[in-house]
Design a protein around this ligand. Structure first.
Ligand code: PMV
Length: 359
């Protein structure tokens, strides 16, 4: 499937050497994307909080190439030349080359680093690929000054999506919807859009503490997990449920009903893992400490008037979500009661942020 609107019609190659540096965030889904068709088209709509502190910083130096038959790039990760990640980036360039023909015209030196430890179990593909997409869009703007800010963001999200689905939600913030949904005007399967409604004050600067339960390599990649949704016995109902949850959470984010927010968000997390448990082959990404933490969160919520809740990614780590005004008390609770379930007692305090920044 070729999407004409993102193929450049006119480019003036007046620039010989140029460099751009972008900081782009990770994100955490509230309604989860799980299941896709080629080329990275989601089977259901999703919405996420963009994070602030968990981000990637990437610079790309572009220099006019003498060999424009293939894509030439070098990759540095955390200051060192990296060959291991190159095939994934090469595959990304292969997928986007019709939309970014300039990747053949320039040699690229990509230099990338994350604000979070690489093997922390925090997916770096969302922030990593959105950062490359933003650098490419800065170059495209230099080759065609007529492009609007709106188009640049849309295309960056479109490109990032082709690298990793959830990366489409790592351009803007603090809330991004990806996937076509009747309640969200302008929403699309091709790129993420900013949540278009005014959000109740309780959800401003919403806190997310990421508890690092298991920092090892995942046993089952998300690519394999998405594919297992093809013949999944509960898939059809799951995709309907996600759409209904999007309608409901959209209302909740506007009217400030935190109890319903908690109900949807925790149910979405457990449903994601239920899809894994009921795939064939089946698999489990939660660890015993994931469940210990969930039980402790429920206990704390029952015994206090806290609005703390949890969500999970495709892994064992727990994202603890809570309103900004509970920051002090919940951070204490995490330090005193939850950090003992984390590897080396490690957790990262974060909150909903505003998306990509040029540096
Ligand atoms: O972007 P991918 O292909 O790594 O898929 C990520 C899917 C989840 O993180 C589990 C859910 C989501 O919506 O981010």
């Amino acid at each position: 499937m070729i999407t004409e609107q993102f193929i450049p019609k006119k480019l003036d190659y007046l620039v010989d050497t140029v460099s751009y540096k972008w900081q782009t965030p990770s994100n955490i889904a509230l309604v989860k994307y799980w299941g896709k068709r080629t080329p990275q088209i989601p089977k259901n709509v999703s919405i996420s909080f963009t994070l602030n502190n968990c981000h990637t910083i990437t610079s790309i130096e572009f220099e006019k190439s003498s060999d424009n038959k293939k894509v030439n790039f070098e990759l540095f990760f955390e200051g060192k030349k990296n060959e291991a990640f190159k095939p994934k980036i090469a595959q990304f360039f292969e997928r986007i080359k019709v939309y970014c023909p300039y990747v053949f015209e320039y040699d690229m030196i990509i230099d990338s680093s994350n604000s979070f430890p690489h093997s922390s179990g925090i997916a770096s593909s969302a922030s990593g690929l959105s950062a490359i997409a933003m650098c490419l869009m800065s170059l495209e703007k230099a080759l065609n000054s007529n492009l609007s800010e709106d188009f640049l963001k849309k295309k960056a999200s479109f490109l990032a999506r082709l690298g990793s689905g959830s990366a489409s939600r790592s351009i803007e913030g603090p809330l991004v919807v990806w996937g076509k949904h009747p309640d969200v005007d302008g929403s699309s399967d091709l790129f993420g859009v900013q949540f278009p409604f005014k959000v109740a004050s309780v959800f401003e600067n919403y806190q997310d503490a990421i508890l690092l339960v298991d920092k090892g390599e995942k046993q089952v990649s998300s690519t394999v997990g998405h594919n297992l949704m093809h013949n999944h016995p509960y898939a059809a109902q799951r995709f309907i449920q996600a759409s209904e949850n999007l309608s409901e959470i959209s209302q909740v984010l506007q009217n400030g009903d935190v109890d319903t927010f908690i109900n949807i968000v925790e149910s979405e997390a457990l449903t994601l893992h239920a899809m894994m448990l009921t795939s064939n082959p089946y698999f489990i990404l939660m660890k015993p400490n994931t469940l210990q933490i969930i039980n402790k969160i429920w206990e704390f919520r029952n015994n206090t008037d806290s609005k703390i809740c949890f969500t999970l990614d495709a892994g064992a780590n727990v994202h603890v979500l809570y309103p900004e005004k509970e920051k002090e008390i919940v951070n204490q609770f995490i330090e005193n009661e939850l950090s003992k379930f984390c590897q080396n007692k490690q957790f990262i305090l974060d909150f909903a942020g505003n998306g990509a920044k040029i540096l």
